[in-house]
Write a protein that binds this ligand. Structure first.
Ligand code: ZN
Length: 68
């Protein structure tokens, strides 16, 4: 796979630039923040739940009350 003579490190997953040892696996603080933001959004994002409650079995008060 990878040539031992040329490690060719994986590029920054955000922008594709060569990653910086200081900010690996990103190329810069900015890209690290971008990834962090994505991660946080993914964590805090409300999971999409299918609310297909069309049964309507909620006992709503019917208007036809026969109390006189
Ligand atoms: Zn980058």
């Amino acid at each position: 796979m990878a040539d031992p003579a040329a490690p060719s490190p994986a590029p920054c997953p955000i922008c594709g630039k060569p990653r910086d040892q200081k900010f690996r696996p990103f190329c810069s603080k900015r890209c690290a923040d971008v990834d962090l933001n994505r991660w946080l959004k993914g964590v805090y994002a409300v999971p999409v739940t299918e609310n297909d409650d069309e049964d309507g079995d909620q006992a709503e008060s019917e208007p036809g009350q026969d109390r006189s």
